[in-house]
Ligand binder design. Structure first.
Ligand code: XMP
Length: 316
């Protein structure tokens, strides 16, 4: 009979048969799919799995730290942590066009991952968090491209790896159940969708450290208050955006000229259309108050009421 316990046991056996005593490489972004694959492979082959986590400097607050905490400290996995923040920010300096930013982040990610892969000796396999909808969708995608949805993690082209894809037959909810069966924390298993280019497409226009910090800190406050209000389990995706213009305000009886933070919270079934979450005023006001007090260089908070269409979920 099919249940998650048996699925895990079967996959552990199959992975051991496929891999033997050889080594497997995995790009571990910290997303649901790559995290579940990592946990499954650690269970099956322990340190024969080499996880590479590339921090592109566009992660949310505490995210890379939690990848290290869960995989290195708790699961004792073989984890290579690469802080490539400065490198990505350097490549992105002065680049304002959203599609250009996506392309740079996607290409640079593959380059960094490839460099790490070449440093490692004797790797024969590449594990990927491919799930069933990925296979089905890539075969039938006819929709017009609105954004070039770069996903962080692509196959380095001339590195010859055999693939290990143990989640190929699972739907998203089954992947989550698998993660829970493997003992991964709830925050990781029920993580909201997060775009490959990360905060890079939420720090609008040409990215600066100042605005990137503002979007990251404001996002952390939004997530904390959504958690406190029980909205994190209810709302599909929620985040903050910082545009590249300032507005006039007043702080400590003096004129200020600082950035706004835009709040976005949406519900959707398939991300093709979306409607906004009607957040209760007290929650909105609490979030606003905290952002204005705690986040540097911000003097205004706005709430985006736009559905998709006409807007998209992300601003870039
Ligand atoms: P949009 O903004 O197109 O977003 O309405 C729909 C969903 O896709 C996510 N998204 C991305 N995911 N790489 C990704 O992996 C990307 O470049 C990207 N752009 C948008 C977005 O967060 C939303 O969930």
């Amino acid at each position: 009979n099919w249940n998650m316990k048996n699925f895990v046991a079967d996959q552990v056996e199959l992975i051991r048969q496929q891999v033997g005593d050889r080594k497997v490489l995995l790009a571990l972004s910290g997303g649901v799919d790559s995290s579940v694959v990592a946990a499954l492979l650690v269970k099956a082959i322990g340190k024969q799995l080499v996880c590479v986590h590339v921090n592109h400097g566009l992660m949310r607050k505490g995210e890379s730290e939690s990848v290290v905490e869960v995989f290195k400290n708790q699961l004792d996995a073989n984890l290579v942590y690469v802080d490539a923040s400065e490198r990505f920010l350097g490549k992105l300096a002065g680049v304002a066009d959203p599609e250009e930013k996506r392309k740079i982040i996607g290409a640079e990610f593959i380059r960094v991952f490839e460099e790490e892969a070449r440093k490692l000796e004797g790797i024969d396999f590449l594990a990927q968090g491919t799930i069933y909808p990925d296979i089905v969708e890539s075969g039938t995608k006819t929709a017009k491209v609105v954004k070039s949805h770069h996903n962080v993690g692509g196959l380095p082209e001339d590195l010859n790896f055999e693939l290990v894809e143990p989640l190929r037959q699972l739907f998203k909810d089954e992947v989550r159940a698998c993660g829970l069966e493997l003992g991964l924390p709830d925050e990781m298993v029920f993580r909201q969708p997060f775009p490959g280019p990360g905060l890079g497409v939420r720090c609008l226009g040409a990215i600066t450290k100042e605005r990137l910090e503002a979007v990251r800190e404001a996002d952390a406050i939004l997530r904390e208050e959504f958690h406190n209000a029980g909205l994190d389990k209810k709302v599909w995706q929620y985040f903050t955006v910082v545009p590249d213009f300032k507005s006039v305000g007043v702080r400590d009886n003096a004129r200020s000229f600082e950035y706004p933070v835009i709040l976005r919270a949406v519900n959707t079934v398939d991300a093709m259309t979306a409607s906004i979450e009607q957040i209760d005023w007290p929650v909105l006001l609490k979030i606003t108050d905290r952002i204005l007090k705690e986040v540097a260089n911000v003097n205004r908070v706005c709430y985006d009421l736009s559905p998709k269409p006409t807007a998209t979920i992300e601003w870039e």
